[in-house]
Design a protein around this ligand. Structure first.
Ligand code: 6GU
Length: 239
C-alpha cells in the first residue's frame, strides 16, 4: 500500500482532535488507514515551570501572543519536512477548493493552530508559514479551522468517497453552486417535486440543473459567477 496522507496538528488543545472528524467519513477513513493524524501539544515545548506559551503584546493592546521560541521548538519536533506548514489565522489567504485539491494530492499537511491574538510574527516569517483562513469571520482559535481543512482534504483522498465521479460535478470544482435536490415523497405538504425531474429526459434534466446552478450562483455569489463566466468565454473562444 502507498504511504498514507499524514496530518500533524500543533495545538494547545490536543484533546480537540480528531473531534468531529472522528465521527464522520474522515473518521472511517482514519480507521481504514487512508490517512494518519498526530497532534503535538505546543505546551510541551514551553521552557519554564509554569509552561508559559504566551505573553503580552509589545506595543500594548488586548490579548496575548504566542511566543516565537515555543512555537518554533514545537515545529522543530515535527518530522517530514516535505509537507506544507499551514498556520490557521483569520488574516490568512482564504481556503479554496483548488488549494484543498493540491493539499490532498500531496503527502499531507502540518497545521499550526493559534489561540489568543495569534503568534509572534517573527516565527511566521522565519518559517515561511502559509497563512490560511477558512472564512471572513473570527473563531476563538485555529482548531475548528484545522478540522475544516482536514475534512475538506480527506474526503478527496483516493478510496475515501464511494464514487469518484461525483467529485467533478461538485460545487466549486466548476465555480458553480449546487442545483437543488429532491427525493421521495414526490409530493410533500402540498409541494411537488419539479416535473422535469420525473420526466425521464436526461438531457433536459441536465440542462435544468445547470440553469438552476447558474441562477443561484449569479444571485448569491457574484465573485464565483465572474470566474465562471470568464472561464466559459475562454472555452468558447478555444472551440
Ligand atoms: Cl483559520 N482562525 C481563526 N481563529 N478564525 C478564523 C479562521 C482561522 N478562519 C476564519 N476565521
Amino acid at each position: 500500500m502507498v504511504k498514507s496522507w499524514r496530518a500533524t496538528v500543533l495545538t494547545i488543545f490536543p484533546e480537540m482532535f480528531p473531534g468531529m472528524l472522528g465521527r464522520s467519513l474522515a473518521g472511517k477513513a482514519l480507521e481504514a488507514g487512508h490517512w494518519h493524524l498526530e497532534t503535538v501539544d505546543i505546551r510541551d515545548f514551553a521552557r519554564d515551570k509554569h509552561a508559559t506559551v504566551d505573553d503580552a503584546p509589545f506595543g500594548g493592546g488586548p490579548g496575548m501572543v504566542m511566543r516565537p521560541d515555543v512555537v518554533d521548538a514545537a515545529l522543530d519536533s515535527v518530522e517530514g519536512t516535505n509537507r506544507p506548514v499551514i498556520y490557521l489565522t483569520p488574516r490568512g489567504r482564504l481556503l479554496t477548493q483548488s488549494r484543498v485539491r493540491a493539499l490532498a494530492e500531496g503527502p499531507g499537511a502540518v497545521l499550526l493552530c493559534g489561540r489568543y491574538e495569534g503568534i509572534d510574527h517573527r516565527v511566521i516569517e522565519a518559517r515561511g508559514l502559509e497563512e490560511v483562513s477558512v472564512g471572513d469571520y473570527v473563531l476563538s482559535g485555529g482548531e475548528p479551522a484545522a478540522e475544516i481543512v482536514l475534512d475538506a482534504c480527506v474526503r478527496l483522498l483516493p478510496g475515501v468517497l464511494g464514487s469518484a465521479a461525483s467529485l467533478d460535478e461538485e460545487s466549486f470544482e466548476r465555480d458553480l453552486l449546487e442545483y437543488p435536490h429532491f427525493t421521495r415523497p414526490q409530493e410533500w405538504e402540498g409541494r411537488a417535486v419539479p416535473e422535469i425531474l420525473v420526466s425521464g429526459h436526461h438531457e433536459r434534466i441536465r440542462a435544468w440543473r445547470l440553469e438552476q446552478s447558474e441562477q443561484l450562483t449569479r444571485e448569491r455569489r457574484p465573485d464565483l459567477w465572474a470566474r465562471y463566466v470568464a472561464r466559459r468565454e475562454k472555452k468558447d473562444l478555444m472551440s
